[in-house]
Every structure is written in C-alpha cells, then in structure tokens.
Write a protein of this length. Structure first.
Length: 139
C-alpha cells in the first residue's frame, strides 16, 4: 500500500483540470448530503407501535350454535394509541388425550386505537375437549 503525503495529494489535486475538480467536489457534496439525510432519518422518532400488553381480551367463552358447531367468542380491546392491522387470534383445539384436532381463528383488518372488536372464531372441529392458549398476531 502506498502512503502519500498531504503535499503530494494537494499537488495531484491541482494538477487536474478545473472541470474534473468541480465534478469531484459535486460527487463529494452529493455523498455528504446523502450521509446527512441518513443521519437525520436515524434521529427522527420512530412511529408509535402497539405492545401486546395493550391488547385486552375479555368475555372469552365457547358457544354451541344451532347447527351443532362451536365458536369461541369474546371482546378484544385495543388500549394503544395506534390502529392494529392484521390482528389474528388463533386457538388450537385438543381431544381428551391431548392430541390437536383442529383450530379456531378470527381476524380483523384494522382495530382502531381505543376500539373494541366482538370476535367470533369458528371451530373447525366438532368434537374437542379443551382449547389451548390464544396466539395473538398482528403487524
């Protein structure tokens, strides 16, 4: 690797035609602007998000419908300051031996800040002994 002194770099710089020096300065200026914008973006506050602890589920129970099928119903409340998009609730259904026999799922596209959602999750198994814990997902 060759090491150049400041004087050698300065002399090489001024040996170039002025137009080449100007193009080089424009390139460095554009690069500096891009670096400054990226640094500024890193300093901007991030968008508020919803934490899982800000979603509250109440009144959850299994109901038997007239056709003999069952659903899991309840109310989900969004206690955050933002809309929760793609909210999905999933329960796994198990028989008496503990084998998974189906699932129940309910989804909503957007639950507004402070909003409540009365959900119904149809069970895809007619016979099951118990449900697992609810898996909550959103983006």
């Amino acid at each position: 690797m060759t090491v150049y002194s400041f004087a050698e770099i300065r002399n090489a710089w001024y040996a170039q035609p002025a137009a080449d020096r100007y193009r080089c300065i424009k390139s460095f200026t554009l690069f500096g602007l891009i670096v400054a914008l990226v640094a500024y973006g890193m300093m901007l506050p991030s968008a508020p998000t919803c934490e899982l602890s800000q979603l509250k589920m109440t009144g959850v129970h299994t109901v038997m419908l007239d056709d003999g099928s069952r659903s899991i119903t309840g109310v989900m409340t969004n206690n955050s300051a933002v809309t929760v998009n793609g909210l999905t609730l999933t329960w796994h259904l198990y028989d008496k031996a503990g084998a998974q026999v189906g699932k129940a799922t309910a989804s909503i596209d957007g639950l507004k800040a402070g909003g409540k959602w009365r959900f119904t999750a149809p069970c895809d198994a007619l016979i099951f002994a118990k449900t697992g814990s609810c898996n909550v997902s959103y983006y």
